[in-house]
Design a protein around this ligand. Structure first.
Ligand SMILES: NC(=O)c1ccc[n+]([C@@H]2O[C@H](COP(=O)([O-])OP(=O)(O)OC[C@H]3O[C@@H](n4cnc5c(N)ncnc54)[C@H](OP(=O)(O)O)[C@@H]3O)[C@@H](O)[C@H]2O)c1
Length: 326
């Protein structure tokens, strides 16, 4: 099969299209002819030699796929060859064939392209697990979503808004902020020109927010805690700005705050099946109805994977970057 391989660790130039052996599905896995996959920030880290795949997963980059079922293991139920499916994978998405556990493969809704389907799993699962399963955001509460124009941010804005929460975002350009508002954000703060702590205080009449969804990490930790209301929740999902910081634990105690961290990739297959099911139950119907949308910035041909990585590294995307495999 065709796959993007890495010739060492480094910049986008280490990525190459090559011929490699196709994976062989186990009893509960599907072999999928991949038509589209998508980039995630984690791919950039893995390309540089960090964020290794969990044991047993493919070394090939790519955390989500959309395609058609080509073959399957003996224990697979309710799936046929030729079915259009999409879902989260532990690795191996940047390839013309990939394997996925059949319990994590979702039927692609009628009328959806493979590109649209590939734009959904990683960011909607991450947003749902953090904002609702862990963060317990409820209607009427207020959330600040950093990097609102990121893939996860664009999914998070939509589902938090749809659940009746008040959504504020930060982003690095006025164009991204404008687009975040079209997805349901009440207000956006350009973190490059404006102090987001002061602005959140202003926007909330000094009350602060119930939940912060953060990808920046160390440089934002103290500031994030300072804008949380009593019983507020900080969801640490990324570390773009660094991992080590110092805080006053007294702040946590006085305001009964929670800091919750999570990473989806290393979780067990049973946990990932449960994550998939929670998304299917709550958000897939809303995506099918068109109330929520996969947000696609650009579709790159498979052979232009280096350009796609450069585009993400330059923070140019609003929503997802897709690789069209075939
Ligand atoms: N824990 C998990 O399971 C999990 C799962 C999926 C994703 N994630 C994490 O979620 C984050 C978003 O992922 P994604 O794939 O959606 O990313 P993405 O589409 O590449 O978006 C990331 C955005 O972050 C902003 N940014 C970059 N550097 C920044 C900085 N120093 N300060 C503030 N903003 C900065 C940029 O937008 P601006 O133009 O606004 O600066 C950039 O476009 C990543 O950190 C990723 O690792 C975690």
């Amino acid at each position: 099969m065709k796959a993007i391989i890495r010739i060492g660790d480094g910049g986008p130039e280490v990525l190459r299209v090559s011929e490699v052996p196709a994976p062989i599905p186990t009893a509960t896995q599907l072999l999928v002819d991949v038509h589209a996959t998508a980039l995630n920030r984690a791919d950039l880290i893995q390309r540089r030699g960090g964020y290794p795949p969990p044991s047993g997963e493919s070394e090939i980059l790519g955390l989500e796929i959309a395609g058609t079922v080509a073959a399957m293991g003996d224990a697979v139920e309710s799936v046929s060859e030729g079915d259009r499916v999409f879902g989260l994978v532990g690795g191996g998405g940047y390839a013309s064939q990939a394997i996925i556990d059949y319990r994590m493969a979702m039927p692609i809704p009628d009328g959806w392209s493979f590109e649209e389907a590939a734009a959904v799993p990683e960011v909607f699962f991450t947003a749902n697990e953090n904002i609702f399963t862990l963060g317990e955001l409820s209607a009427g509460e207020t959330i600040l979503i950093h990097a609102g124009g990121s893939g996860v941010g664009t999914a998070g804005i939509q589902i938090a808004h749809h659940a009746g929460a008040n959504v504020f975002v930060t982003a690095g350009t006025s164009e991204k902020i404008y687009k975040c508002k079209t997805l349901g954000a009440i207000e956006g703060i350009n973190y490059k020109t404006t102090n987001f702590v002061a602005e959140i205080e202003h926007l909330t009449d000094g009350k602060g927010v119930d939940v912060v969804l953060d990808f920046i990490g160390a440089p934002y930790l103290k500031r994030n805690l300072s804008i949380l209301k009593t019983k507020g929740r900080l969801l640490q999902v990324g570390l773009i700005g660094g991992a080590t910081a110092e805080i006053d634990l007294g702040t946590l105690m006085r305001h009964r705050l929670k800091i919750i961290g999570s990473v989806m990739r290393p979780q067990s297959i049973d946990e990932k099946i449960a994550i998939t099911q929670r998304f299917i139950d709550r958000w897939l119907p809303e995506l099918k109805r068109g109330v929520l949308q996969p947000i696609i910035d650009t579709v790159f041909p498979f052979a232009e994977v280096q350009q796609a990585h450069m585009y993400m590294e330059a923070n140019r995307n609003f929503g997802k970057i897709i690789l069209k495999v075939s």
